[in-house]
Design a binder for this molecule. Structure first.
Ligand code: NI
Length: 248
């Protein structure tokens, strides 16, 4: 159930039985010749919906712009500074916590966000630790990457072996093809070569990876693969979120 589609009265009622929320978090950045700019936000969003709908969990508004400075040499990419994303995550959590939410499950679609999401959690806990004695309710935050569950990796390996890659992966492109069948793109593409070295800034990235992909054969993606990956990931998210709600 999307928070956007509820009234405040429904949210208040929901809080009477469950105080956790899943928040999809992604990025807005180039994903190679056939990957959608919104790939990293679309994937966790569709998987969060699948995981939540069966059990009546809540899905909060997607944070769809993240850590993408290294993609800025490609048109359409939008990046936040790490400090901006930390502030956004803190404000989401503090706004929702004010009225009773206390478990925040961030379902992430972008590897580049991981360090900054961790820093945001540290900031949230630091603010509460410093404010001890002011009756701020405790909150718990958790990060999960939709692509990181062993069950999802297993399916990706079965489908693509070692050609899934590191950016504009066949898996993530497949999930968007399943989620957005009207926006499946085609473009000529060779198999991606091995990455020569780690990238630095946006210009360096584009020089190293001219079509935007890193070691990823995105052209192997199919919508039916995406459905399978999304459903396997959603089952993992549903179990992980339930355990998160139950924990102390
Ligand atoms: Ni991505």
């Amino acid at each position: 159930m999307r928070l956007h589609m509820m009234t405040w009265l429904e949210v208040e009622r929901h809080l009477g039985r469950e105080t956790g929320i899943i928040i999809p978090i992604g990025s807005t950045e180039q994903h190679g010749p056939i990957g959608l700019i919104g790939t990293d936000a679309i994937c966790p969003e569709v998987i969060a919906d699948l995981a939540a709908d069966e059990r009546g969990h809540l899905v909060g508004p997607t944070i769809s712009v993240g850590m993408a400075q290294h993609h800025l040499a490609f048109p359409g990419s939008v990046a936040l500074r790490p400090t901006t994303l930390i502030a956004v995550i803190c404000d989401y959590v503090n706004s929702l916590a004010r009225n009773g939410f206390d478990r925040f499950y961030f379902l992430n679609g972008h590897g580049g966000n991981i360090a900054t999401i961790g820093a945001a959690f540290s900031q949230i806990h630091a603010e509460r630790s410093f404010a001890r004695g002011t009756n701020q309710p405790p909150v718990r935050c958790k990060l999960a990457n939709w692509f990181g569950f062993p069950e999802v990796r297993e399916v990706a390996t079965e489908l693509y072996a070692d050609r899934d890659g590191r950016h504009a992966t066949a898996s993530e492109v497949a999930v968007t093809q399943y989620a957005c069948p009207d926006f499946i793109k085609q473009a000529p593409m060779d198999p991606a070569p091995p990455a020569p070295r780690a990238f630095q800034d946006a210009e360096d990235y584009r020089a190293l990876f001219p079509d935007g992909r890193i070691e990823a054969d995105s052209f192997l993606a199919r919508p039916e693969h995406g459905e399978r990956l999304a459903r396997v990931s959603a089952a993992c998210v549903a179990a992980d979120f339930a355990a998160f709600l139950d924990q102390d």
